[in-house]
Write a protein that binds this ligand. Sequence first.
Ligand code: KG4
Ligand code: ZN
Length: 348
Amino acid sequence: MGDEPLVLGIETSCDETGIGIVRGSTLLADVVASSVEEHARFGGVVPEVASRAHLEAMVPTLAEACRRAGVRPGDLDAVAVTAGPGLAGALLVGIAAAKALALGLGVPLHGVNHLAAHVAVDVLEHGPLAEPTMALLVSGGHSSLLLVPDVTADVRPLGSTIDDAAGEAFDKVARVLGLPFPGGPHIDRVAGAGDRAFVTFPRGLSAPKDLARHRFDFSFSGLKTAVARWVEAKEAQGEPVPVADVAASFQEAVVDVLTRKAVAACREHGVDDLQIGGGVAANSRLRALAADRCAAVGIRLRVPRPGLCTDNGAMVAALGAAMVARGRPASALDLPADSSLPVDVVAR
Ligand code: KG4
Ligand code: ZN
């Protein structure tokens, strides 16, 4: 194990300042400072607030990660950082810190894709990834289906959301139902006592005419509007809104489409392994329905624990370590922040 590379990963693409340290595929430390509380009153992440919070959290979070891992910066073999996609100003803070560390320590810098890192993280929990793996990434910022022959070099987008991300839909519907931000965990909780079949909300891009063009794409904005209209109609009639039933019915519409398309992608591409990641992967109904549907057709399902599904530095470190192990070239020290880094560009 001593021969495996000691890699520090920095993640600052959104509102989490994440620093992770791994040795090969062993997690040594994973420290996350979140500014989510500062955004709550705005109902969404405010980029300038996030950038400033990263700046304030960076040095203490780095120090804490080294302390927990029991390593000194001088022990590191490489530094990895999220190069994109994400909020430009937020990414810049992490990239500046990573460059300073790599330059100061004289170790290689690996700028990596945030989405590939969400896939790579599962090596820390469940061991080497199957090659190929199908990945369903669902969070507040992204909803993608990826065919992943090699997470260090070959990630192929099959589809993504054409409007709202899955987590964004949870957050917006939560607001309609009077639940706090971020809404996903609250919807999950109240839906537990609700009737999933209470209202049949629309399943976006699932009709035959849509499937022809958007086989593996998602759309959640029509669903969000349908829930809002349903709630408004109830309120207009002066009737109470059955929050648990609406939450459960909405949640069912989201996870039905996600799991159906993910399983179809596996079958059509002959892939036997599905991994789910991103903050929405914490959803209890998504996990249960995915498990049922995968088991029914013999697909192995892997979902990292919730702390590794949401944004963190360990996922960046894990991908960096895989890059080092596979001998992938390091990034140049003028590595830019690319807020719209395409998903198939695994490293910069
Ligand atoms: O991955 P993440 O922490 O940050 C990014 O957006 O990249 O994901 C956050 C999203 C939020 O939209 C949040 O509402 C959603 O994940 N989320 C959930 C659950 N826990 C978090 N959505 C549904 N059910 C949950 N249990
Ligand atoms: Zn993410």
